[in-house]
Design a protein around this ligand. Sequence first.
Ligand SMILES: [Mg+2]
Length: 228
Amino acid sequence: MSHVFLFDIDGTLLDSGHAGQGAMEEALRIEFGVEEIDCDIPFAGRTDRGIVTDLLIGHGLKSTNEQFTKFQQRYFTLLPKHLNKRGGCVLPGVRQLLELLSARLPACSREHVGLLTGNFEQSGWMKVQHFNLEHHFSFGAFGDQHRDRDDVARDAAIFLKQKGISDRDTVWIIGDTPADVQCARAIGASVLAVASGIYSREDLEPSKPDALVDDFEDPDHILSILFR
Ligand SMILES: [Mg+2]
C-alpha cells in the first residue's frame, strides 16, 4: 500500500506574512486604480481564482478572462517583493517533518509528496521556492481554474489515479482550514488538520478531521499519525 501526502501551503507549511494578500492589493491598485480594499473578502482556505474573482466584482470591476489575466500577471510580478519585505517564515517543525517523511518513504514513493493549495500554480511554487521547500514536492494541484477547493482536490485525485494510486492506497491531505478538511472528504482522503493558521483547534474540531494537531513541533508524533 502506498501513502500519498498533499500539503496545503499558507498556514500549514509557512506563514508568508500576508505577502500574497499584500501583492494582490497592490496589483488591484496598479492595474485597476483601487486605492483601498473596501470589501470584506476572506482569503484563508479559498482558491486564488475565487479570491480574485470576488476582489474584482467587489470593486465594481468585470471578472472577464482578460481582466483576470491582467491582474494575475501583475500579481506574479509583485509577489517576490512582498515575500522579501514581509518577513514570513517556515512554520515550526515543517522542515524536519518533510525531511523525516522523505526518509520514511521508499525511494519509489518519493514522488508521493505533493501540494494541494488554493494558490495559483505559479505563485504557489514561488512561495515554496522562496522558503527553500520546493525540493520536497514533486507535483501539485492549484487554484487557477476553480473557485471551489473541492474541485482542486478532484484534480489531485485524477492526477493520482493516472499515476496508479488506487482506493487501497492512503491519501492524506494536510491543511489548516475547515476547507482543507472538506476538500479531503470530496475525494475520500484522510485529513490531518493543523491549528497553525488563523483557525484554532476549537475552530477546526467541528469539521471533524481524522486527526487534529496544534502544530508540527513534534514531527515524530505527526509521522506516527500519518503512518498509523
Ligand atoms: Mg492554508
